[in-house]
Design a protein around this ligand. Sequence first.
Ligand code: SAH
Ligand code: SF4
Length: 437
Amino acid sequence: MKKNYAVVTLGCQMNVHDGERISGVLESAGWREASLKDADAVIFLTCCVRGSAERRFYGRLSSLKPLKDRKGILIAVGGCLAQKEGLRLLERAPYVDLVFGTQQYPRIAELLARAAEGATCATGMDGLHLDNIPVKRKEDFRAWITITHGCDNFCSYCVVPFVRGREASRPAPEILAEASRQVEGGAREIVLLGQNVNSYRRREEGASRFVDLLRQVGSAFPGVWIRFITSHPRDFDESVIRAIADTPNVCEYVHLPLQSGSDRILAAMNRGYTRAAYLRKAESLRSSLKGVVLSTDIIVGFPGEREEDFLATLEMVESCRFDAAFTFIYNPRPGTAAARLPDDVTPEEKHARMERLLHVTRRLTAESLRSRVGGEEVVLVEGESFRDPACWRARTRGNQVVHFPREEQDIAGKFARVAITACGSWCLHGRLLEVLG
Ligand code: SAH
Ligand code: SF4
């Protein structure tokens, strides 16, 4: 078998990071990364959190069929949709050679070899062990480190617990050892990754909790920025806010998905908190952490959502003054508890509510960005701006994007101090003051 591969990643950060592991495993087995047109094997990492993600994937998949017919490449499909569909995916797209589930990717090299002999489906969920699985980082300066995988929350709309399996926490020494390897390899930022990082080792008696891990990672790597996603409002508490405040290199950025501002809908979603509890946490974040950036996820049109529930969401969004919001139209997912409820908000109403919500969230994002103009920020330079090669693209501690004119010197992967001079709807513009190294 020839040995060029390409990974096509759809969906969330979990998939992006799984892709880094897949590259690591394949390269240690002698494969080389190539462009799509030069690949002998194309590996998709799929998402099924909403129906639109599924449709997008099938579109991309069928566009590869001519390449398959012409060159006989191997097509492999992994990630959440592969886990959910299993053999059905092979029936629907018989030109696929390999379907592999969310806990199978460490075996990717062996599975591709099997698939070369005949169509293969591997979707067992008997646990995932990440220690000693190589990683090829997509970005030299940023290391994603999984601290928990799977999810036990069973929010009633969400398919993730079904396709990612039960929640399991990695031992702290394993996480610290991986972080240490990544920092030695040049990482300047560590992102601790989990569906609900705050429940890290929740079930183990006497084990260290998320805050302890955060403090440990923070003090072990003092010159490195530390972030974490995703937090769950039920489990995110004062102790995390204190840990961020006390640990200088933990960034003041929290992604805390609200989902809805109505207590009735939050209960139907099985989220485990009320709007009052969420608001207390958001207010405490704002008052304890100067300049904190708070982002969120919101779903509109959940079954039974009435105008008054939606208005409660709008009101919460205003009260929390979210700096950024990812907004979704509810989409029933087969097998979830909410899929048994009547999907009774009409598509027109869902879209109308989405527009009204976007009107508010966009204004708040613009206000948040505007409030930084005139100030100074320390940023981590990520590389050339996607839009304007004459600019660098960087991120603040609060995860806001800043563009600033490039100088001769290559400062990608370095920290720098910039003056914020202007802002657009989604990002800041600045001027370099000093390269910090
Ligand atoms: N574990 C993370 C990410 C979950 S998926 C968390 O709890 O935040 C990312 C977002 O997709 C969710 O926060 C939710 O807002 C949205 N989402 C999940 N299922 C959905 C569905 N069936 N319809 C619409 N949006 C959904
Ligand atoms: Fe889905 Fe809820 Fe788990 Fe997030 S916490 S992955 S929304 S079940």
